[in-house]
Write a protein that binds this ligand. Structure first.
Ligand code: PMP
Length: 381
């Protein structure tokens, strides 16, 4: 078996043994009592994770892109106009999905590394009427976190449904659906929620469900949330066979989140982001993301002059840590390090020490212990 590496790409995140153990249990009936109990518990916990009292949770085999598609298809139809706030790669994907389904839409784009500002949103809403507004909470290509709470204050006056792509945020960054008036949080299992990839996850507000009910027909079958609703209410019913092991592992992941506490989990993500950035800065790296929009779930890191992307990532891999390269216009100029999910402070320290050893191996002059010292200064324990 290949030696295990610490997986610090911006998703999937490392999966802790407690979740892997559940995944490895014998497969049970998809409509039997174990599955009924676990899916129900996962749904209840999911609502707590996004601070939604009365909405409808959906946990469906698939991935984040399916949840993006489902969110749009079930809230917008003929005669609606969608406004996409795009801060990069995944906002652009949202616009592509609108296009694929013939949904009328406009896009407000920010520069890469920033997010659309609430002011720009306000201007967009003054220029035209929109039924649905959709944003990416954290863009995984740029590391920028959108000011979702401020968007919702702007949107309050409009009556438009508000969809948030939380694939790189949910469970690591606050998404307070009720308090902020978010109508859909769409997400996936493999990032801050800490489960292996394999689930499309959504929570719809009562308003979003009402909208689904008045839409004429949804141009989809599997993606029609009204077909899934009875299953989420009573998992002993059948619509399409769920990935049983993955759903049960996800239920365990939500238990871990409940045990940690949501506010504690958000704070831990902030703390580890700060520690990792302090460690990387002490080793001579700088950051791509505009400092007004930092996400606590990943860092997009610029190389110091003379450090080659491929050589650095290969060296780091040999020292036990996997990071990702840049996407789109940042390719070759940055690496992306995820720090989300059920990470530990020991893993944060290990990662920075591995970066230091990698730089030394590439012949760079580094002060021994500089990265680790900066990390310890933030973690203080
Ligand atoms: N949205 C965001 C913000 C993402 O980061 C990703 C995946 N990196 C997706 C959507 C798509 O998710 P998936 O790859 O699971 O389809």
């Amino acid at each position: 078996m290949a030696q295990e590496k610490l997986l610090l790409i911006p998703g999937p995140s490392p999966v802790v043994p407690r979740i892997l153990d559940v995944l490895a249990r014998p497969t049970v009936s998809h409509v039997g009592p174990d599955m009924v109990r676990d899916l129900k518990e996962a749904c209840e916990n999911l609502k707590k994770i996004v601070f939604c009292e009365n909405g409808e949770p959906f946990i469906i085999s698939g991935a984040g892109t399916l949840s993006m598609e489902m969110a749009l298809l079930n809230t917008a139809g003929p005669g609606d106009r969608v406004l996409v706030l795009s801060q990069g790669y995944f906002g652009d994907r949202m616009a592509q999905i609108c296009k694929a389904f013939g949904l009328e839409h406009d896009v407000i784009e920010s520069e890469w590394g920033r997010a659309v500002t609430p002011r720009e949103l306000d201007q967009g809403l003054k220029a035209r009427n929109y039924n649905v507004v959709v944003c990416t909470h954290v863009d995984t290509a740029t590391g920028a976190c959108a000011p979702v709470e401020e968007y919702s204050q702007v949107l309050e006056r409009t009556g438009a449904l508000f969809i948030v792509d939380g694939v790189c945020a949910t469970g690591g960054v606050p998404e307070r659906m009720d308090a902020w008036g978010i109508d859909v949080v769409l997400t996936a299992a493999q990032k801050c929620l800490g489960t292996p990839p394999g689930l499309a996850i959504l929570v719809l507000s009562e308003l979003a469900m009402e909208k689904r009910r008045i839409l004429p027909a949804v141009p989809a079958y599997y993606s029609d949330l009204l077909r899934w609703l009875p299953i989420m209410h009573d998992p002993s019913k059948y619509f399409s066979t769920p990935c049983v092991n993955e759903v049960r592992a996800f239920a365990e992941a939500t238990r871990i989140i409940m045990e940690e506490g949501l506010e504690e989990r958000f704070e831990r993500h902030e703390l580890y982001a700060e520690a990792i950035r302090a460690g990387l800065a002490a080793l001579g790296f700088t950051f791509f993301t505009n400092p007004s929009f930092p996400a606590s779930t990943l860092s997009v890191v610029r190389y110091p002059d003379g450090v080659d992307d491929k050589a650095f990532r290969a060296g780091l891999y040999d020292h036990g840590v996997v990071v990702a390269g840049g996407l789109g216009p940042t390719a070759g100029r940055v690496f992306r390090m995820g720090h989300m999910g059920n990470l530990t402070s020991a893993q944060v320290r290990f990662a920075i020490e591995a970066v230091e050893r990698t730089l030394a191996g590439l012949g760079r002059a580094v002060t021994p212990g500089a990265g680790r010292g900066a990390v310890d200064g933030v973690l203080k324990a």
